[in-house]
Write a protein that binds this ligand. Structure first.
Ligand code: ZN
Ligand code: ZN
Length: 283
């Protein structure tokens, strides 16, 4: 197996259009939103969309897909209305992923909004149980993403993510997505070898040897422990390049998508440059 390098690509103009954007960057893997990411509800997915997407993929070199949930979803929301909407939206996105054959949907666990970590973790676990209970046929897994820990966001510690998985159960349908920027901003010193090993060993110990199922490769605009979620192009932030060289050459992650969510830059070539850099690290 080899590292599956790729990027988050836009679905502007329709979901099938994302494939050619990934091909243009010679991606092995792409990440997409399965509907407009800034709205609760999206246009219904048509059979034609699904067929075109399948066809485009078959004609491409892209072997691996992952989706990212909208930022509006808060599975720990304290207002009943917001919680209901968040669960409904996540359910709709899982249905879309299932139809599109996307095996994993990356989700930010949620913000407890003052209720406290424990109450937040309980509510997220309940949300996931409810959403999966309503769609037993769904094959798409939710990949909980570690967060930078800004405000009341849950998921900046791996223990919180494993607590969600343990409480929710969901028959193995929950996994982990590790974002390098978020881990570093949350205070995990993954920029050196000892910090990298400690973090990933703990991730596998707590969440299982098959995790993380997905990696987000982003440099961080802010320093270690800043709790700020601002991505930088590789080598242009505080993380430095060493961690990325280590990641793409770590056989544990081969066969799993490694996705850039870095700035596009003024010339829109940010992902191309970051991918070139990653490929240049391959031993
Ligand atoms: Zn991410
Ligand atoms: Zn981020």
């Amino acid at each position: 197996m080899k590292p599956l390098l790729g990027a988050h690509v836009s679905i502007a103009g329709g979901i099938p259009r994302a494939v050619s954007r990934g091909s243009d960057l010679a991606c092995d893997a792409i990440q997409i939103f399965v509907k407009n990411a800034s709205q609760w509800e999206g246009k219904p997915l048509t059979d034609t969309d699904v067929e075109q997407f399948d066809q485009e993929l078959r004609d491409s070199e892209i072997s691996t897909l992952v989706a990212h949930s909208t930022y509006l979803v808060n599975l720990a929301a304290t207002k009943p209305d917001n919680l209901r909407r968040s669960r409904a939206t996540l359910g709709d996105e899982l249905d879309r992923c299932h139809r599109l054959g996307i095996p994993g949907l990356v989700v930010h666990p949620g913000a407890h909004l003052g209720a406290g970590d424990e109450a937040g973790i309980d509510r997220i676990a309940e949300s996931l149980q409810e959403v999966y209970a309503a769609r037993p046929e769904c094959q798409t897994r939710v990949l909980l993403e570690n967060t930078a820990g800004q405000g009341t966001l849950i998921g900046h510690q791996l223990e919180q993510l494993s607590a969600i998985v343990d409480r929710a159960g969901c028959d193995g349908k929950l996994g982990l997505c590790v974002d390098t920027c978020h881990a570093f901003a949350a205070g995990h010193p993954i920029d050196d070898e000892a910090g990298y090993e400690a973090f990933f060993e703990k991730a596998q110990e707590l969440l299982g040897p098959d995790e993380p199922s997905c990696l987000h490769l982003n440099d961080s605009r802010h320093p270690l422990g800043s709790k700020k979620d601002r991505h930088a192009n590789l080598g242009e932030g505080h993380l430095g390049l060493e961690v990325f060289e280590r990641l793409v050459n770590d056989p544990r992650w081969h066969g799993r998508p490694m996705i850039l969510e870095t700035p596009m830059g003024d010339d829109s070539e940010g992902h191309r440059r970051d991918l070139e850099l990653l490929r240049s690290f391959l031993a």
